[in-house]
Write a protein that binds this ligand. Structure first.
Ligand SMILES: Cc1cc2nc3c(=O)[nH]c(=O)nc-3n(C[C@H](O)[C@H](O)[C@H](O)COP(=O)(O)OP(=O)(O)OC[C@H]3O[C@@H](n4cnc5c(N)ncnc54)[C@H](O)[C@@H]3O)c2cc1C
Length: 418
C-alpha cells in the first residue's frame, strides 16, 4: 500500500511513522516547517486540566491526560476528542510513541509545571526533555541564569520575580559566559549551536557555578533559557550542570523557538531512519490516487493523510472566506459549516470569547477519515493534527498531544483499511 502524507509537522510525521511500521510504503510531502517547528517545548493534550498549580495538593487522578481529554470531549461539542471518544484510551499510547521515535527531544511524558521566559508558569501533560529537566516543583530553589554582557537575551530578573510571586524560591544569577566580544548579540540559535561543543558547555557551566555562588547561593536548580545545544540538549545540560555543581534545565522557548527547531530536526531524523521518502515540495492539489505538485510533477498513491496544519502550516487559508486548498474539503468550526462564510463574523467581538475562526478545519469521523459536504467519508483520505476542525488550542489546550493522537489513529486506520 502506498500512503502519501501531506504535511511534515508532528501529526504528519506520526502518521507516516505509524504507517511505515505497519508495512506501508510511505511518502511524505511538505512545503516547509509548520507550527510544530515553532512550538515552545510543551506537549499539550488538554491544557492545564487536572495539573495542580504550585502549592496545591495533588488529589488522585491528577495529571492524567486521558481524563483531561475526556473532560474536553464532554464539554466541547464538535471537538475532535468528542468525535474520537471511542479511541481516547489510546492517548497514552500516542504519547508513548514520542520518546520511542524522537528520543533526542522526548523522554516519558510527565505532567508538570514549566517556567516561561516571561516568568509565568505553564502546566502541561509533558514537555521536551530539556524543559522537563527544568520542571518546577514545590520547594525548588531556583537560580535563573542571565548573561551579564547581553541582558536582553534572557531577562533573568523578570523570570525570577515572576516565579517568586508564584511561591518559589527564585533568584537571578548573572554569568559572564558572553564576555567575549564576538559572542554578544548572537541569536539563541547561534548560542545553542556553539554549546553543542563540549568545551563551550563546560565553560558555560563554570561561569554559571561562579554566578550562583555570588548571586544565588544554595540554589538546587539552574534554569537557563533554551540555548543548551541543538543536537543533544540533554547531554549539554548535564555537562553544564556538572561544571556548575548543580542540576540544570531550560525554560520554555520564545519565537523563533529553539525547542521547536529541535523538534523538527528530530521528526526529520526519525522519518529518514524509518525509510519514509521525504519530498520537499509544495502540493497544489490532492485527488483520489494522485497528488499534483507546484512543479507540475505528479505522485501516485493508494491512500493519503492530510496533515497540513491550520493557518501557520497552510492547511486552512483565509481570504474572504476560509478554504482547505488541497482537496477543497468543506470546513466547519465543530458546530456549523463555514462554507463561503465571511471571516469577520467568525472572529467574535470580545477578545475573551472563543472565536469560531480559531476552530476552523476539516471534518473527520470516528476513524479520522476526512468527510465530504454530506458528512460521508471520502474513502481515500484521512486527516490528522490541527487541520482537523473543532479544536482551538487557545481555549481547550489541545496542541501537540492532539497531533500525536490523531496522527496515530489516521496512520493506523489508513493502512488497516487497505
Ligand atoms: C507559536 C506556537 C507555539 C506553540 N507551542 C506549543 C507547545 O509548546 N506545545 C504544544 O503542545 N503545542 C504548541 N503549539 C501548537 C502546536 O504547535 C500545533 O498544534 C501543532 O504543531 C500542529 O501540528 P500539525 O502537524 O498539525 O501542523 P504543522 O506543524 O503546522 O505542519 C503542517 C505541515 O503541512 C505542510 N503543508 C501545508 N500545506 C502544504 C502544501 N500545500 N504542500 C506541502 N506541504 C504543505 C507544512 O509545510 C507543514 O510541514 C504552538 C503553536 C504555535 C503557533
Amino acid at each position: 500500500m502506498r500512503l502519501l502524507v501531506a504535511g511534515g509537522g508532528l501529526a504528519g510525521s506520526v502518521a507516516a511513522l505509524v504507517a511505515r511500521e505497519a508495512g506501508a510504503e510511505v511518502r511524505l510531502v511538505r512545503a516547509a516547517p509548520g507550527a510544530s517547528a515553532l512550538s515552545l517545548g510543551l506537549v499539550e493534550v488538554a491544557g492545564e486540566r487536572f495539573i495542580p498549580s504550585l502549592g496545591e495538593p495533588a488529589p488522585r487522578g491528577v495529571g492524567d491526560p486521558l481524563a483531561a481529554a475526556r473532560q474536553v470531549a464532554a464539554l466541547t461539542p464538535g471537538h475532535p476528542y468528542r468525535t474520537l471518544q471511542a479511541s481516547l484510551e489510546r492517548i497514552p499510547e500516542a504519547l508513548g510513541l514520542l520518546p520511542r521515535w524522537f528520543p533526542a527531544v522526548f523522554g516519558p511524558m510527565v505532567p508538570g509545571r514549566f517556567a516561561t521566559p516571561l516568568g509565568t508558569v505553564r502546566r502541561a501533560a509533558g514537555a521536551q526533555r530539556s524543559q522537563a529537566a527544568g520542571a518546577l516543583v514545590d520547594g525548588s530553589r531556583l537560580a535563573l541564569v542571565g548573561f551579564r554582557d547581553d541582558p536582553a537575551l534572557f531577562d533573568a530578573g523578570l523570570v525570577a520575580a515572576g516565579l517568586a510571586e508564584a511561591g518559589l524560591d527564585a533568584r537571578a544569577a548573572w554569568c559572564d559566559f558572553l564576555d567575549r566580544r564576538e559572542l554578544v548579540g548572537r541569536s539563541p540559535f547561534e548560542l545553542a549551536a556553539l554549546l553543542d561543543r563540549p568545551e563551550e558547555a563546560r565553560r558555560l557551566g563554570e561561569s554559571v557555578g561562579r554566578a550562583i555562588a555570588r548571586d544565588a547561593a544554595g540554589a538546587t536548580l539552574a534554569l537557563l533559557p533554551p540555548i543548551a545545544g541543538i543536537e543533544r540538549p540533554v547531554e549539554t545540560l548535564e555537562r553544564i550542570g556538572a561544571a556548575a555543581g548543580l542540576r540544570a534545565g531550560e525554560t520554555l522557548g520564545w519565537l523563533p523557538s529553539v525547542p521547536g527547531f529541535r523538534l523538527q530536526r528530530a521528526l526529520d531524523a526519525a522519518l529518514r531512519q524509518a525509510g519514509v521518502e521525504l519530498v520537499e515540495a509544495e502540493l497544489r492539489r490532492l485527488e483520489p490516487g494522485r497528488a499534483l505538485l507546484e512543479s507540475e510533477r505528479t505522485l501516485d498513491f493508494d491512500r493519503a493523510v492530510l496533515a497540513t496544519g491550520r493557518f501557520i502550516g497552510g492547511g486552512v487559508r483565509r481570504g474572504e472566506a476560509f478554504v482547505e486548498p488541497l482537496v477543497g474539503l468543506p470546513l466547519w468550526d465543530g458546530r456549523v459549516a463555514l462554507a463561503a462564510q465571511l471571516i469577520e463574523p467568525l472572529l467574535g467581538d470580545s477578545p475573551e470569547a472563543p472565536a469560531a475562526a480559531f476552530r476552523a478545519g476539516v471534518r473527520i469521523d470516528q476513524r479520522c477519515r476526512a468527510l465530504d459536504g454530506d458528512g460521508r467519508p471520502l474513502g481515500w483520505l484521512w486527516a490528522a493534527g490541527s487541520v482537523v476542525g473543532g479544536a482551538d488550542q487557545g481555549a481547550d489546550g489541545a496542541g501537540l498531544g492532539l497531533c500525536a493522537f490523531t496522527g496515530l489513529l489516521a496512520g493506523r486506520d489508513a493502512v488497516a483499511a487497505s
